[in-house]
Design a protein around this ligand. Structure first.
Ligand SMILES: NC(=O)c1ccc[n+]([C@@H]2O[C@H](COP(=O)([O-])OP(=O)(O)OC[C@H]3O[C@@H](n4cnc5c(N)ncnc54)[C@H](OP(=O)(O)O)[C@@H]3O)[C@@H](O)[C@H]2O)c1
Length: 292
């Protein structure tokens, strides 16, 4: 039995059908089972929340592999970025050790470091350390930016592209290697099949190295819109988004913690080598976005 967290997210919703199609028995730890869509009838459901570690024990019963995707780039009502990404992962790993889990697959991020400027990356680094130090065999995936057609980030860029000028938080110069969620999911399936036996940390990057401005231009091209980019100074963006978050709370359309990440590069020196080791050739971003 596989325990999958984050099954309703970008990577999770691409991975779950692949797991069930491959015949794996899957239990999903979820807050909102309806968000699983049609897949919910093919899996066991464990109602749970990363902020509530007492939900882990039942979820882990009879589980041999944990795939831990659930994460958050913004503070939640019941837990901060550090708690959701760092502390909760540490607790889940400990609970998995106690439950006799044999394999723990964890999603960190390229750029995760205790010295990173953003809280999210520092929390991911702590979590990654806990996973690697545990007694359970582990595989850590560290992706660059992950996207999917219609995901919240791409949808926000598409909405902003309706404005006469396309606003971009910060200078737009940080570089990324965007990778499609479908390719990421294929990498996980291949790793579960033992395609990268012995590899402990795999960096998942798409085939292009793009600045954030290039990514925005790719979205504009995919939607056949021509817009000039309007770069907004970080302090202006921070003041605006902090105000939005104060009023809208967790439903804010964007937060400063998220905007800040767009100024921090996520580039793997290995490029697509790790994905290719797993037999996956990641698609270019325009091809995915224009296809939808
Ligand atoms: N997307 C990227 O650019 C990127 C880059 C580097 C690394 N990663 C990592 O890759 C993994 C997958 O990313 P993703 O893009 O698929 O993430 P995502 O789309 O943001 O999905 C996050 C998932 O976590 C769940 N979740 C959030 N808070 C939770 C909580 N308190 N309790 C239980 N579940 C909770 C969400 O469930 P709900 O439906 O309940 O909200 C959702 O299923 C994550 O670990 C992420 O940090 C992503």
């Amino acid at each position: 039995m596989i325990l999958l967290t984050g099954a309703t997210g970008n990577v999770g919703s691409a991975l779950l059908p692949r797991l069930t199609m491959a015949g794996h028995r899957v239990r999903c730890l979820v807050r909102h089972p309806r968000r699983l869509g049609p897949e919910r009838v093919r899996v066991q459901i464990a109602l749970g929340d990363l902020a509530n570690p007492s939900s882990f024990r039942n979820a882990l019963r009879g589980v041999s592999t944990v795939i831990h995707l659930a994460a958050s780039v913004r503070d939640q009502e019941r837990a901060s970025i550090e708690e959701v990404n760092g502390v909760a992962t540490m607790r889940l790993v400990r609970a998995a050790e106690r439950a006799g889990v044999e394999r723990f697959v964890y999603f960190s991020a390229i750029g995760a470091s205790l010295h990173a400027p953003a809280r999210f990356f520092r929390a991911k680094a702590l979590a990654e350390q806990a996973v690697r130090e545990s007694s359970i065999e582990s595989i850590v995936f560290a992706p660059s930016i992950v996207y999917a057609l219609g995901d919240a980030w791409i949808a926000l860029l598409e909405r902003l592209s309706l404005l006469p000028l396309m606003p971009v938080a910060g200078r737009g110069r940080a570089r990324f290697q965007p990778i499609w969620a479908g390719d990421v999911a294929d990498c996980v399936i291949a790793a579960l099949d033992g395609r990268a036996a012995g590899a402990e940390r795999l960096e998942l990057a798409g085939p292009e190295t793009l600045s954030y401005d290039d990514i925005v231009r790719t979205v504009l091209r995919a939607r056949r819109r021509r817009r000039r980019l309007l770069h907004l100074p970080p302090r202006v963006v921070k003041a605006a988004l902090d105000t939005v978050e104060r009023f809208a709370g967790p439903t804010a359309f964007a937060t400063w913690d998220e905007a800040e990440l767009l100024e921090i590069p996520m580039v793997s020196e290995r490029g697509t080598a790790d994905a290719e080791l797993l037999g996956v050739r990641p698609l270019p971003m325009l091809q995915v976005l224009a296809g939808g």
